[in-house]
Design a protein around this ligand. Structure first.
Ligand code: UDP
Ligand code: MG
Length: 203
């Protein structure tokens, strides 16, 4: 059976991380999707790492990476993409703002329709400040003008086939932008609108 690796970057998700992973795990198990987790602790200063260790002790299909300090989400994603096995990876935030209920459809588009990249695009940006909305609009416009690639309301909620992962690994960049570079590599893509959920907890 094809195996999906769920990648999540974790920074100060505190007590919530255990249940957040469990929520995704239960949903995938119910949907009959073979999967494993690869969680990256990006130098959390709270109890996230202890909670992640508890998860990997309770569930053998949960693997962990721990960075030596907080390097930022992009670096945490790079560490996981470098080490992930599986037939496809699915990258998502660990605070449940990328709703796991969309995953079965993303997997179907990959397995049955042959899409090599299924990318979550924000149908609605959820709760955020006007400043953050304006900054995002300006950023994506500047990105489109300077690179010629329209990533619109892209997010890091993405499923990548193994082929795409291998192409990503060949990029020599040291300073990466996951949603930009994963658009640049090409492949058969499907843009799936999703509604950004509120955080499961924490800030
Ligand atoms: N994150 C991380 N390193 C950081 C900041 C955030 O790994 O330095 C993780 C965080 O735990 C979450 C995801 O990246 O899983 C998105 O972070 P956040 O919820 O703060 O961002 P937003 O939802 O505002 O995009
Ligand atoms: Mg969030």
């Amino acid at each position: 059976m094809d195996k999906l690796i769920i990648i999540m970057p974790v920074y100060n998700e505190g007590e919530y991380i255990y249940n957040n992973v469990k929520t995704v795990d239960d949903l995938l198990t119910q949907a009959g999707i073979a999967h494993q987790f690869l969680l990256v602790d990006d130098g959390s200063k709270d109890q996230s790492w202890q909670e992640m260790c508890r998860l990997s002790q309770d569930y053998p299909h949960v693997s962990l990476i721990r960075l030596s300090r907080n390097f930022g989400k992009e670096a945490a994603l790079c560490a996981a993409l470098e080490h992930a096995g599986g037939d496809a990876v699915l990258v998502m935030d660990s605070d449940l703002q990328h709703p796991p209920s969309y995953i079965p459809e993303m997997v179907r588009l990959w397995k049955e329709e042959g899409y090599e990249v299924v990318e979550g695009v924000k149908a609605d940006r959820g709760k955020e400040s006007l400043g953050s909305k304006l900054a995002a609009t300006l950023f994506y416009r500047t990105f489109r003008k300077s690179t010629g690639i329209d990533i619109g309301a892209a997010s890091d909620f993405k499923l990548l086939d193994r082929k795409v992962l291998e192409a990503w690994r060949q990029l020599p960049e040291k300073s990466t932008f996951f949603r930009g570079l994963s658009a640049w590599v090409g492949f058969k893509r499907y843009a799936m609108p999703f509604k950004v959920a509120p955080r499961a907890g924490g800030e």
